[in-house]
Design a protein around this ligand. Structure first.
Ligand code: DX5
Ligand code: ZN
Length: 245
């Protein structure tokens, strides 16, 4: 199934002193989803913000809020993030003992359920929960910080997960170090939803954000008509190459 490319700016890279204005700016600049990185200083070595901040910024935009929970335990907090206004709640496969149960809990709260895999976690971690998923998030950095370098090793995993998803209505999201320079390879491997923090917020104003988002989107759409193996090949014209979805 071919799904449109979505760009999800990570507000971790925003100016927190002006968080509401920054979200309004990326909304106007063409963001599809708003990516909210929640970190607990336990599952990951950094602390960001929690459900109260998400609740406070929720009225700023009608765009989908993808809430990426890098917290453990996660189950006690799912309801709070649902009530705060999350649309998609993504938890880490590594964060708790009963992934299947946690995913059921997210859907029981009326939200879309996502699972995230750290770079060292194999795709087999989601093999038996695929039908409980609305989104798979492949981390292309070790979670905890923005501004890290993209891990090329994850491209093969993205392609394998694309194959596992098949015709299921599951979005395949990539998060960490995504830029206009690697977005084509990410999309060629099979991703349809691209998170980007520093690559979107570079420049510091709405006009820059619009240019940055458009550049990532164009690169990703170019990548879609390329085979995953052809990551170093020049862009093909529309209609050439192999569509992988
Ligand atoms: C990392 C976060 C990412 C991060 C992306 O733990 O999950 O969403 O903010 O930032 P960049 O695009 O700067 O790597
Ligand atoms: Zn994230």
């Amino acid at each position: 199934m071919t799904r449109e490319i979505l760009i999800a700016p990570s507000i971790l890279a925003a100016d927190f002193a002006r968080l509401g204005e920054e979200i309004a700016a990326i909304d106007a600049a063409g963001a599809d989803w708003i990516h909210c990185d929640v970190m607990d200083g336990h599952f990951v070595p950094n602390i960001s913000f929690g459900a109260d901040v998400i609740k406070a910024i929720r009225p700023v935009t009608k765009k989908v809020f993808g809430v990426h929970l890098m917290i453990a335990p996660v189950d006690p907090y799912l309801e709070a993030f649902a009530k705060a206004g999350a649309d998609v709640i993504t938890i880490h496969a590594e964060a708790g003992p009963h992934l299947d149960r946690s995913l059921q809990a997210i859907r029981a709260l009326g939200k879309k359920a996502g699972v995230s895999l750290c770079p060292a976690t194999p795709e087999s971690a989601i093999e038996y929960v695929l039908d409980r998923l609305d989104l798979v998030l492949v981390m292309t950095v070790n979670p905890g910080f923005g501004g890290q370098s993209f891990l090329e090793s994850q491209l093969e995993k993205i392609a394998r997960i694309r194959g596992m998803i098949g015709e299921r209505p599951i979005r395949l999201e990539v998060d960490g170090g995504v830029t206009r320079d690697n977005a084509a390879a990410v999309a060629a491997a099979g991703a349809d939803t691209l998170v980007a923090g520093s690559a979107v917020f570079r420049g510091g104003n709405s006009a820059d954000y619009a240019v940055n988002i458009a550049a990532i989107r164009v690169a990703a759409e170019t990548g879609r008509v390329r085979k995953p193996q052809d990551n170093s090949a020049p862009p093909m014209r529309a209609g050439e190459g192999v569509r992988i979805r």
